[in-house]
Design a protein around this ligand. Structure first.
Ligand SMILES: *Cc1c(COP(=O)(O)O)cnc(C)c1O
Length: 413
């Protein structure tokens, strides 16, 4: 049977619409999946393939995820009621938006477990790593013939699916008559762990005509510095909470994969060791040049991002705060008269308080108020699958201290 990999999207025949918002400016909307953020573009097909393989080979998997908001809902959705698969998802209580939390705690499938923890995202991630290193935990998995997998973009299975939409978006510009096949374009990517950008890099290696991959960041601008100066430096940095929280990352894990392709295994190991031990590394002049021949970067403050949201809204396009970080990088990097594809990674419904604030200057107390504000201003409806979250019963009520996570997960499996 054909794999129905994009069935959960608004239009399974065209899961990623590409729309024009400026003369040579296009938005590739990656958020039309079930959880309204770009994680679905990879995790929906990944779920179909992994559960298909697990059944064919009679294997059982436990998927672990620690989430700051978007990966958790996407991982839960894709594996809901899938045979041979269980998901345990850790989130920081109070560390996600209302919509993100409700997407997780209203999940009622028996193969899904959502665990809120007292602590922040780093605590959730550290707890996950602790679990993976626990002998009792690993022994239990072996006894239960269960293999472990992860739902974040360290998992290469996700990256493979993330190069498809780069190819698709380019071909869409050709089909829409904006460019000739072979004409170069800019790819403008709002980046955190660099999985989206890495997909663009592989698409380029496969022959996609790309002028530059433009890396957009928020105030956590470690990637901007790397691409401008060749220095990756964590020594003076503290993670800053921004209104594009999915990009609040300092150790961007997929950068290592680009270094590997550009500079080889030995040099990459050396650079990664320096980052681990000394919290910084520096590329040579030649290496920096190689990096800059394909990548360009800029970062955007929260206030600049909100100004872009307002500006584009007044021109008729509603974008989320992650997408908005791209507009500044687009302005500073795209200096050739070529078309640019900006990747939009979340629907307005997922980060509504920031957007409502950008549009009105006021602050709504809760997501539901902000959603209503935006729906009114944009003369649209709150999409049913977001609106209904607020009246769904809460089925996942586990909330524990870090020390009790292992017990909860073991009881679950
Ligand atoms: C995950 C995410 C990003 C960052 O993508 P990376 O592949 O980690 O660089 C950006 N925006 C949103 C809304 C996300 O969920």
């Amino acid at each position: 049977a054909a794999l129905s990999t994009y069935d959960g999207f608004d239009d399974p025949e065209n899961p990623v619409p590409v729309v024009q918002i400026g003369e040579r400016l296009h938005v590739s909307e990656l958020y039309h999946g079930p959880t309204r953020a770009f994680k679905d573009t990879a995790l929906q097909p990944f779920g179909v393939v992994l559960s298909g393989l697990a059944q064919a080979r009679d294997e059982h998997y436990l998927i672990m995820a620690a989430t700051s908001g978007d990966t958790g809902p996407a991982a839960l959705d894709t594996f809901r009621n899938k045979p041979n698969i269980k998901v345990a998802c850790l989130y920081p209580d109070g560390g996600t938006s209302d919509v993100q939390r409700l997407q997780m705690v209203t999940e009622d499938a028996a193969n899904l477990k959502v665990i809120g923890i007292h602590g922040n995202f780093d605590d959730a991630q550290a707890a996950l790593k602790g679990l993976l290193g626990s002998e009792r935990f690993c022994t239990t998995l072996v006894e239960k013939h269960t293999q472990l997998s992860a739902a974040n973009s360290v998992n290469f299975g996700r990256i493979i699916f993330q190069l498809i939409y780069h190819l698709h978006s380019y071909l869409e510009l050709v089909r829409q008559g904006h460019i000739e096949l072979g004409e170069k374009v800019y790819l403008v990517v709002p980046s955190g762990n660099f999985g989206n950008a890495l997909g663009g890099y592989y698409a380029w290696r496969m022959g996609l005509p790309v002028e530059k991959i433009v890396i957009a960041s928020n105030a956590n601008n470690v990637l901007t510095d790397l691409i401008h100066t060749g220095v990756y430096d964590l020594r003076q940095r503290k993670l800053i909470g921004t209104s594009s929280p999915a990009m609040d990352i300092l150790k961007s894990s997929n950068v290592e994969r680009v270094l590997f392709h550009l500079f080889g295994a030995e040099r990459t190991r050396e650079l990664m060791r320096e980052l681990d031990e000394e919290q910084h590394y520096q590329l040579s002049g030649d290496e920096l040049q190689a990096m800059q021949s394909l990548f360009c970067a800029d970062f955007c403050s929260d206030d600049e991002g909100k100004a872009y949201i307002k500006e584009y809204f007044e021109q008729g396009y509603l974008m989320d705060p992650h997408t908005a970080t791209c507009m500044k990088a687009h302005a500073s990097c795209c200096d050739q008269p070529l078309h640019a594809i900006v990747y939009s990674t979340a629907e307005w419904t997922k980060f509504s308080p920031t957007i409502a604030n950008a549009l009105t200057g006021e602050r709504d107390a809760h997501d539901i108020d902000a959603l209503k504000t935006i729906a009114r201003l944009a003369n649209t409806e709150i999409p049913a699958r977001i609106g209904e979250l607020f009246s769904k019963p809460i089925t996942q009520t586990t909330l524990v201290d870090k020390e009790d996570i292992e017990k909860e997960v073991l009881a679950f499996i």
